[in-house]
Design a binder for this molecule. Structure first.
Ligand code: C2E
Ligand code: MG
Ligand code: MG
Ligand code: MG
Length: 292
């Protein structure tokens, strides 16, 4: 009858919920353990100067070397790290490691590049981000102008007054601030005016079909136009073809990042690339000619 069926359903759902909860707790446990066991590592994707084609910066991208599953990409563990709060110690680890690497490379005489680090919304809203950043800079002795923080639009929308205060505190450390994935969140042009932002990274979703979709071209042109007018530096991410690069160079995009140039690289590979670039000597310097 209906009654016993109902309670059976209840048991079924509760078992399913239980299982999901269990899986989540498992993964949280494995993330915390991974942090202790130093199973996380960074890869570095070069960001090139739009005028000269030289490497100006690298973006640090987090990976997890899980002994059971092998290499795990951030999209499959960052959301849970955010939900469970693991992102706070993990994000701190990323900042400290990225700064330590910059220092190590500079000490070794490697061509200096800016280091861009991704910051999760939770780190921005819940953690004491400016303190963490200040400590990472102090401990490594890296000059703040080499560090860039990539914030997403979702970091910035919650409480505008609080956000402005936090951004100015970070800016006071003399690091650069970028908005990552620009155009995908709740893009507000208002905050470009009020927030002390240095760089805009155009989301790769718009770069993707740049050459086929007039609407995406219009969006990219508009973003570059606003950025130029407001004296912001624009970076295009996800550049995969020469055609896209040429289009963006023609529009005066300041920097490029994408598989067309480099994939995210291991530290070893990056150092090879940087040293061969340094050996190549002075950049050509001619506008956009490096793309030919
Ligand atoms: P993101 O910050 O937008 O980083 C760019 C992502 O696009 C990277 O994916 C990169 O490998 C990928 N990418 C770069 N060029 C191309 C291209 O030409 N084509 C395509 N299809 N993809 C390209 P990845 O490494 O899987 O990272 C995904 C996201 O995970 C990042 O997006 C970022 O939001 C997050 N993430 C990565 N590392 C960290 C971290 O240390 N902390 C936090 N909070 N988030 C991180
Ligand atoms: Mg990023
Ligand atoms: Mg991005
Ligand atoms: Mg992205």
């Amino acid at each position: 009858n209906a009654k016993s069926k109902g309670s059976g359903d209840f048991c079924f759902y509760s078992a399913q919920l239980n299982e999901r909860l269990h899986e989540r707790m498992q993964l949280e446990f494995r993330l915390r353990r991974a942090l202790e066991r130093e199973e996380f590592f960074l890869e570095y994707q070069p960001i090139l100067d739009g005028k000269t084609g030289r490497i100006n910066a690298v973006e640090a991208l987090l990976r997890w070397n899980d002994p059971e599953k092998g290499r795990v990409m951030p999209d499959s563990f960052i959301p849970l790290a955010e939900d469970t709060g693991v992102i706070l110690p993990l994000g701190e680890w990323v900042l400290r490691t990225a700064c330590a690497k910059v220092r190590q490379w500079q000490d070794a005489g490697v061509m200096p590049v800016r280091m861009a680090v991704n910051i999760s919304g939770k780190q921005f809203t819940q953690g004491d981000l400016s303190k963490t950043v200040e400590e990472a800079l102090q401990q490594s002795g890296v000059h703040p102008s080499w560090l860039e923080l990539e914030l997403t639009e979702t970091c910035l929308i919650h409480n505008v007054e609080e956000t402005v205060k936090k951004l100015f505190r970070l800016k006071g450390l003399n690091v650069s601030l970028a908005i990552d994935d620009f155009g995908t969140g709740y893009s507000s042009l208002q905050y470009l005016k009020n927030f002390p932002i240095d760089h805009l990274k155009i989301d790769r979703g718009f770069i993707n079909k740049l050459c086929d979709l007039p609407d995406d071209r219009a969006i990219v042109d508009a973003i570059i136009g606003i950025a130029k007018a407001m004296d912001l530096h624009v970076i295009a991410e996800g550049v995969e073809t020469r055609q896209q690069a040429e289009y963006l160079a023609g529009r005066g995009c300041d920097e490029f990042q994408g598989y067309y140039f480099y994939r995210p690289l291991s530290e070893e590979k990056l150092l090879e690339v940087l040293s061969s670039e340094a050996a190549a000597g002075a950049p050509p310097g001619e506008e956009a000619s490096w793309l030919e």
